[in-house]
Design a protein around this ligand. Structure first.
Ligand SMILES: [Zn+2]
Length: 152
């Protein structure tokens, strides 16, 4: 039986901290209900441009969160116990799209950070900051925070 368990994109979705970068807000149906994806556990709601990124333990808990915090009702129709092949394929496509976009955004951010670090190195030359900047170049994700504490 098809399931999300062997889907690399769903695994990546669970493994990353928080909500994927660039995750779209919930689509609302004409009846005002929102589509909550199969086994979705991270709130994608964006309010006035701000995402709060709540992560819960199950889709049921996410639906409760959406109702309590955002007054949103989920659209019915997804059978989680015996999902149809089409539903599983649609969910896989959803998580692939979500994680492809996340990866793309991180890649762009890292490229921008590396570029910024190169500029700082070029300006600073030698000095106390050099060690921190070297760290930045070696580990862009960690280095972002290092860079923040070493403004030029
Ligand atoms: Zn929320």
């Amino acid at each position: 039986m098809a399931s999300l368990k062997d889907c690399q994109y769903y695994k990546a979705y669970l493994e990353i901290i928080g909500v994927p970068h660039g995750a779209p807000d919930y689509a609302t149906l004409p009846n005002g209900r929102v589509i909550v994806e199969m086994h979705e556990v991270k709130c994608r709601r964006i309010i006035n441009g701000v995402r709060y990124g709540v992560v819960v333990g199950s889709r049921g808990a996410l639906c409760n969160h959406l109702k309590k915090q955002h007054d949103l009702d989920r659209a019915p129709g997804l059978d989680l116990h015996r999902p149809s092949h089409a539903d599983v394929m649609a969910a896989k496509a959803f998580y692939k799209g979500l994680m492809d976009r996340h990866d793309q955004i991180l890649k762009q951010e890292n490229a921008a950070m590396a570029q910024r670090a190169q500029e700082i190195v070029a300006k600073a030359g030698q000095g106390v900051r050099f060690a921190a900047i070297s760290t930045l170049l070696a580990t862009p994700r960690l280095g972002w925070y290092v860079l923040c504490s070493y403004p030029d």
